[in-house]
Design a protein. Sequence first.
Length: 64
Amino acid sequence: MNYLVTAVTFVIFFVEAMMHYNIGINAGKKKFNIRFPKLRDLLRILSVLAVFSCLNGYIVSMFQ
């Protein structure tokens, strides 16, 4: 598995996930506040990201 691809994918997609989370939380509000989800939801997000980041690293390594 390509660990660099896995790590970069994880970090980039985590930033994207937090942006999407905050866009959803702030929908319809006049003021945009940035915050992290509750621990349980954060762990769910991190779990999904970990699975797909590993999958992405594995797929990239197959084609190198």
